[in-house]
Write a protein that binds this ligand. Structure first.
Ligand SMILES: *[C@@H]1O[C@H](CO)[C@@H](O)[C@H](O)[C@H]1NC(C)=O
Ligand SMILES: *[C@@H]1O[C@H](CO)[C@@H](O)[C@H](O)[C@H]1NC(C)=O
Ligand SMILES: *[C@@H]1O[C@H](CO)[C@@H](O)[C@H](O)[C@H]1NC(C)=O
Ligand SMILES: *[C@@H]1O[C@H](CO)[C@@H](O)[C@H](O)[C@H]1NC(C)=O
Ligand SMILES: *[C@@H]1O[C@H](CO)[C@@H](O)[C@H](O)[C@H]1NC(C)=O
Length: 297
């Protein structure tokens, strides 16, 4: 007797499963909304032929919108602070939320009720995140304008307030560099400023093609990606001679035989590294050509 009853219950359960409401799903587009933006919430279901009684929409436990086809009007909005339902684009299947602010991030649900059998109800929930992007690109700075091999290049990068905090990565010549320090600083209205520091030892190998590039990328999921770059040119000779201005007239012809002069004399200058061997030929600007000549003469 007991067994027969169990089988009966199971059959009833399976039977109900076939004829009743099923597969209530909530699709959110996008799931990460930039503050001030819009999200579409689409509630799909398989009614199995049963008439729809109602669709209720919730944020957390609070109902903010209801669709009841048998009633007039068929839609109702329950004023909830910060929720702006676009009535023109909301119906029994979807709700469009506009002007979403940070505080609205949370779980959203749609609850579907079928008229038969006996008001079967299913609910589906999705988390919607609302984020604030940094208001400007990251700021990258280094402690010097030029670096000699052996020196330490110290740089830091700061990304303006965001929520959640932006991810910062510093690259040296396309290679990510491990941050020596990463910090978050809270600012007004719960946003966070991100800052990273790096320090790397400068080597000649860091100047392929005569240039060392430091870049800082600020990213937030796949929604935001901005960068700042600093370029450092091949290290200069050291110490740099003081600037001496030549009288304009003679200098042109003087400079025209300069390369020959350099080729001939440079090997003779002992104990000075002009950067030719280590870094390949470095093209001096006019001013430093003059300076070089004057320091040789
Ligand atoms: C809805 O549509 C009406 C008429 O088409 C329009 O006047 C109103 O501004 C629209 N409301 C929104 C929130 O788009
Ligand atoms: C609900 O509105 C959306 C967009 O406004 C539309 O694509 C969809 O067909 C509508 N669905 C129903 C059941 O009216
Ligand atoms: C959203 O729902 C998930 C799963 O039920 C829960 O773990 C989480 O705490 C909820 N988040 C919020 C903000 O209520
Ligand atoms: C960032 O680096 C610059 C240049 O070295 C320096 O002036 C500044 O103080 C640094 N900022 C912080 C917060 O460390
Ligand atoms: C930052 O990076 C971590 C690790 O890759 C990732 O889990 C997180 O979602 C990222 N945060 C943002 C805001 O992009």
């Amino acid at each position: 007797m007991q067994e027969m009853f169990t089988v009966f219950i199971q059959l009833l359960f399976i039977f109900q499963g076939v004829t009743s409401l099923r597969d209530v799903k909530l699709l959110v587009e996008p799931t990460t909304v930039v503050r001030g933006g819009t999200a579409a919430l689409i509630c799909s279901r398989d009614m199995q032929g049963a008439p729809l009684y109602s669709v209720k929409w919730y944020r957390g436990n609070h109902e903010f919108y209801r669709f009841t086809p048998m009633e007039t009007p068929s839609t109702r909005v329950f004023g909830l602070p910060g929720i702006y339902v676009d009535m023109n684009r909301s119906n029994g299947s979807q709700v469009l939320l506009r002007r979403m602010d940070l505080g609205l991030a949370g779980n959203f649900s749609c609850e579907v009720t079928a008229e038969s059998p006996s008001f079967a109800t299913q609910i589906a929930t999705k988390f919607i995140d609302v984020i604030a992007l940094p208001t400007s690109i990251p700021v990258l700075s280094a402690d010097k304008d030029r670096y000699q091999p052996g020196e330490i290049l110290r740089a830091n990068c700061t990304s303006p307030p965001a929520r959640p905090s932006a991810n910062l990565t510093i690259f040296v010549n396309e290679e990510p560099v491990r941050a020596s320090e990463t910090s978050l600083h809270p600012s007004e209205s719960g946003l966070l400023t991100t800052k990273v520091n790096i320090d790397i030892k400068v080597t000649p190998a860091l100047f392929p093609g005569g240039r060392l590039r430091v870049a800082c990328y600020a990213t937030m999921y796949n929604v935001y990606n901005k960068s700042a770059k600093l370029d450092f040119l091949t290290p200069e000779t050291d110490p740099r001679p003081e600037r001496i201005t030549l009288n304009g007239g003679a200098s042109r012809t003087f400079l025209s035989w300069l390369p020959l002069f350099l080729l001939f004399f440079l090997p003779l200058v002992s104990g000075q590294d002009f950067g030719f061997e280590e870094f390949g030929y470095y093209s001096y600007d006019d001013e430093s050509e003059k300076n070089l000549i004057l320091s040789l003469v």
